[in-house]
Each structure stands twice: as structure tokens, then as C-alpha cells.
Design a protein around this ligand. Sequence first.
Ligand code: DNO
Length: 390
Amino acid sequence: MEKTWRWFGKQDKITLAMLRQIGVEGIVTALHDIPNGKVWPLDTIKDLQGYIESFGLRWSVVESLPVSEAIKYAGPECDQLIENYKESLANLGKAGVKTVCYNFMPVIDWIRTDLRHLCNDGTSSLYFDRIRFAYFDLKLLQRENAEADYSDKELELVAELDKTITEAEKDELIDTIIVKTQGFVNGNIKEGDKNPIYIFKKLLSLYKGINRDMLRENMRYFLAAIMPVCDEYGINMCVHPDDPPFQVLGLPRIVTDESDIAWFLKAVSNPHNGLTFCAGSLSAGEQNDTRELARKFASRTHFVHLRSTAAMPGGNFIESSHLSGRGHLIELIRIFEKENPNLPMRVDHGRLMLGDEEKGYNPGYSFHGRMLALAQVEGMMAVVRNELDL
Ligand code: DNO
């Protein structure tokens, strides 16, 4: 596997010079300054690529070339936005950047309720608490008919929480769920935006009446439309699984488990239509066994995210050490090294540790935490390669 690292561009506090020192080979990045839906110009792509190469690294993967909401809900601008997307892909292809990660999650990308969940050893980790998330949905967003999505027990726990939660905690919950985790991934709401709840509700309303089958059809339409450009330039598209891999906020989610993955791979049956195997997202779904999924889908995987989660009672999950949890990273490396060698891999998310806390890194993208994870994963890779006599 190629050792890659997600880097957020020249303003990232973690520099390419630092990454070279810790054994990174490839960079995963995007043109973060270009608004969603606008074409990525060839010269801007080449500038960034040249910068990366001047450190002896290569731009291995785009994460992400965002799919605009109107493509996902098939709004009137859909076809124009797809044309723009194709143009960006062609420009990437001309520059030789040929692995492109994206997601097809409506409105909200990944979801966590706590960005600094304290662990026993003094580090902190990302966390999803189902009752706090339900609280956000029912009490802060006040989404219509949201009650129907929760059990009586869960509604009771939300009512309990309502008695003790402070105003500051409420604000933090909103900030965590729809601002801090979203803006830096080119999401819909950025830090500094006024009244995030209002913006968010408006976005949700765009999906009124869009069910699972319709969202699937919109994904199929998008993929079918871009495949000719992918064929021409040899671009591998790889969709990121929904994180977490279950329905939220009344929105359909369609990349959650084996049947979903099998569906979109078949719906547009072209080797350039593939998967980002995110072991963390997939392992957060109790229905998923990452090892089985890797065995099934290794040949259509174009990019791997190595991280792990531990599921907890009541639908909560925590991002566990890369050495443990439901990600089963050692076995995944064994499968991928055998079935589809040389895939770009990045360690995903890391704990906050050893001063990371004060640096203002994007949530999940610490330096020391990820460096530790990379060292652990490198160890796993070395053993597996030794086993396989590579
Ligand atoms: C969060 C990330 C996601 C991912 C996008 C891919 O840390 O895993 O934001 O980059 O969903 O499009």
C-alpha cells in the first residue's frame, strides 16, 4: 500500500516538510478554496501538484471533489453541475491525478457529537452519542416528526438530558454536529456562518420527498454521466461510505453496507466506479464485518482509510486505537496486499495527544495522533508483507 496523508493545503499547520520526515509517500488533498460546483482549473491543479512534488511527494488522491447538493437531489441545476464536475475530472486527468474520492451523503457529511471525548490515558478521541444526537434532532433542530425515528426509551433519555443540559452544551452540540465537522471538508456550513440551524433546516427541506430509491437513482445518473471522462483519462472514482452508516435526520443514506455497495457497483458496472474502503465508517455499523466486506470488494476498491471504532451499548461508538476495535486493520491490510496491492492508504483520524489539543487542527486530523497511527499501521504492513514474502 502507498502511505498517504490527508493534507489541507498550504495553510495546513502540518507542512509537507514534516510529512516527508515521517515517511509519507503520497498526499491526499483538494482545492479547498474553490466553492462546491465550480470547475477546478488545470493551472490551479498543476500549481498545487508542482508544490507537492517539490517536496519529493506526489498528489495521489483527491479528497474530495464534492458532489453538489443539486446533483444529489436532482435539482434544476443538476446537469450543468455534472458538466462542471466532468470538466474538473478532465483537468485532474490531464494533470495525472487519477484517484478521486467523493461522497453521496445528503446535507451532512460525517457526524460526531463530541470531538474531545476523554480516554483513560489522557488522550481524547472522537465520539458519537446517540442520545445527544437525538437531542440535537428533537430539541435543537425540532425536526418535524422526528419522534418517529426514536424508541420510547430513547425519547425518555432525551427528556432526562433536557433537564440537565446547559445552554453552553447546547451551543457546542450544534457547533460540533453541523459546523466544526463540516466546514473544512467543503461542507455546507462554515465557521462564522450566522444561524447554522436555520441554514441547516433549509438544506434539509431540499430533500423533502426524496426517498432511498430516488437518491440511488440520482447517484446512478451521476456516475453514468461521468464514466466516459473517467474512461478517457483513467480516473478511478471512489465513493466514501456514509459515516455513520445508517439513516439520520430523515435523510436517506445509500452507502452503508454490503447490499448498498453491491448495488452501486452493479448499477454502473465500470471498473472506474469504485469504493473508498473506510474501515472506520463501515465498522461503526453493527451490520458490517469489515473483513468480509474487504474480501468481497477488494477488486473495486481504489483507496483505503484505515481507522477503527468500538461500538458501545445504545448505538454509541468511539474511534478506537488503530490496533483494536471493529476495523480489524491487520486483516484488512492482509486482504488488500494480496488482492489489490499498491492501493493508496491513509490513516484516518487520530487522537489528540502530546500538545495536539492546542494546535487548532481540523477535528480528527491531529499530528501526533495520526503519526502514532501511521507508525502502528506501518508495523502491520511490514509484518504482512513479510508473511506474503513481498
Ligand atoms: C472525515 C472524512 C469525510 C470524507 C468525505 C469524503 O473525516 O472521512 O469528510 O473526507 O466524506 O467525501
